[in-house]
Design a protein around this ligand. Sequence first.
Ligand code: 5GP
Ligand code: ZN
Length: 112
Amino acid sequence: MAENCLFCGIVSGDVPATVVHDSDGALAFADVTPKAPTHVLVIPKKHLTDIGDLASDPEAAAAVVAGISAVARELKLESYRTVFNTGPGAGQTVFHVHAHVLAGRDLGWPPG
Ligand code: 5GP
Ligand code: ZN
């Protein structure tokens, strides 16, 4: 748990969130400002800042991947996009690593 980390606050229950899936190592909750009809964030419960950090913790990485898959299964998502924004230049604003799971609208490729 890192002090002043919004997503650690969600893990601890200090910050309210709409939880979609909860496992030992990962938590999935609805994005407060959804960019698609379905927009879920999947985070490791342990504070890790970005995907490079996550790569150094295979247990947490596996928990996040399993969490993404569980969200897709439980919400019956036929097609979805998973995004990790890494660094401020790519739009990362919360420095507790998170996967965006987006679905429910046309997700063109390559993204605009
Ligand atoms: P990033 O920009 O770092 O890739 O993604 C951060 C995401 O966190 C954004 O999509 C933003 O809408 C979401 N977010 C920011 N504050 C909160 C919050 O307090 N609760 C929830 N559930 N999502 C948040
Ligand atoms: Zn954190």
